[in-house]
Design a protein around this ligand. Structure first.
Ligand code: KG4
Ligand code: ZN
Length: 351
């Protein structure tokens, strides 16, 4: 059979999201609930709080999602759900909900790798957004969020090669740790971005780790220590005044590192297409740097709209429907996994 529409569920971290997606990437509806307020007092995602909130939010969101596109389960051909990687307690809520709905409505279910979702997000379309009609495989994909910072060569559906990854913190984590350090709250990426807009990025020198190591890996854990040292030396009265410069300099260090290896990956692979996705791609400095780089180097680059960059069920639905149409349904024995499966990604085959 051909799958025309799937209901998709994403609960891998702290966003609960449900979508209805078509086989050509058409998003009929996507509704999400974040939990930022609940995790804010702890300065980071608390897994137990995340899974409890998913439990409360998931079924109302399924109802809301179907209502908002005027559909019912009779219009749906299958169910896609993020089954890996992620927080296991969070994934369990999505997987159990998906399997229960699938069993109840006699629909096939497919488990999707969250990162595959991010990598296919540039093909999503809706009433107000169409991807460039000539965008296609292969392309270099930079997935950059609070949980991940990875470079891939995306050769086709199901053909993903890991080119490089962070050896320690994700770029979003580096933003969040810095924000916490200077009292900008959680998650702090947006606040740092805003504060940086009036700052001078050349005021402080933060390290660009692994710049000339010849790999496509990243490292961001030294940045926070370096920022901590700079801040300790500043008289307290100056911190507030220097904050925009600190934010701009710190942000520049992250953006420059991201761009350097993205450029290297494109050069090494000899492809002229790239995508940047994940929550950090909301960063205004990074978006500008990517656009300038794409223009200067003639690289066709897609940064999906923010609603498809941050964690969302639409990208899971698209990956899921492609998998279902290839005959890759999962069955009721699907279980969540904190890690990707071994076969999900190839490592370094073309280098
Ligand atoms: O993809 P996402 O919603 O969730 C995952 O982590 O998977 O990404 C959230 C991350 C957080 O670390 C947040 O601080 C960061 O993306 N972020 C930003 C910006 N907006 C969100 N980082 C820098 N600048 C931003 N404007
Ligand atoms: Zn993500």
């Amino acid at each position: 059979m051909t799958f025309k529409k799937v209901l998709a569920i994403e609960t891998s971290c702290d966003d609960t999201s449900v979508a209805v997606v078509g086989a050509n990437g058409q998003v009929f509806s996507v509704v999400s609930a974040d939990q930022d307020l609940q995790h804010q007092p702890f300065g980071g995602v608390v897994p137990e709080i995340a899974s409890r909130n998913h439990t409360l939010q998931i079924l109302p969101l399924v109802d809301q999602c179907l209502k908002s596109c005027g559909m019912g389960f009779s219009d749906i051909d299958g169910i896609a759900v993020t089954s890996r990687p992620g927080l296991v307690g969070s994934l369990i809520v999505g997987v159990v909900s998906a399997k229960t709905l699938a069993w109840n409505y006699n629909l096939p279910v497919v488990g999707v790798n969250h990162l595959e979702g991010h990598l296919l997000a540039p093909f999503l379309r809706d009433e107000s957004h169409q991807p460039p009609h000539d965008f296609d495989f292969p392309f270099v994909g930079l997935a950059v969020s609070g949980g991940h910072t990875q470079l891939y060569l995306v050769k086709g559906v199901g053909e993903y090669e890991v080119l490089g990854k962070t050896l320690d913190d994700a770029a979003g984590e580096a933003f969040d740790k810095f924000a916490k350090l200077v009292g900008l709250g959680f998650p702090g990426g947006v606040a740092v971005d805003r504060m940086a807009s009036t700052g001078d990025a050349s005021k402080f020198q933060f390290p660009r780790a692994l710049k000339n190591d010849g790999t496509l890996n990243y490292s961001f854990s030294g940045l926070k220590t370096s920022a901590q040292n700079v801040i300790q030396k500043l008289p307290e009265s100056q911190l507030e005044q220097m904050l925009p410069d600190l934010c701009a300099s710190y942000q520049e260090a992250i953006v420059e590192a991201l761009m350097h290896k993205l450029n290297l990956a494109v050069e090494q692979q000899g492809v002229k297409r790239a995508i940047v996705t994940g929550g950090v791609s909301a960063n205004s400095r990074l978006r500008k740097a990517v656009q300038d780089w794409a223009k200067q180097n003639g690289i066709q680059t897609v940064i999906p709209p923010l609603r498809y960059c941050t964690d969302n069920a639409a990208m899971i639905g698209y990956a899921g429907i492609l998998r279902l149409n290839r005959g890759e349904a999962s069955g009721q024995d699907l279980i969540p996994s904190p890690r990707s499966y071994e076969g999900d990604f190839q490592v370094g085959v073309s280098r």
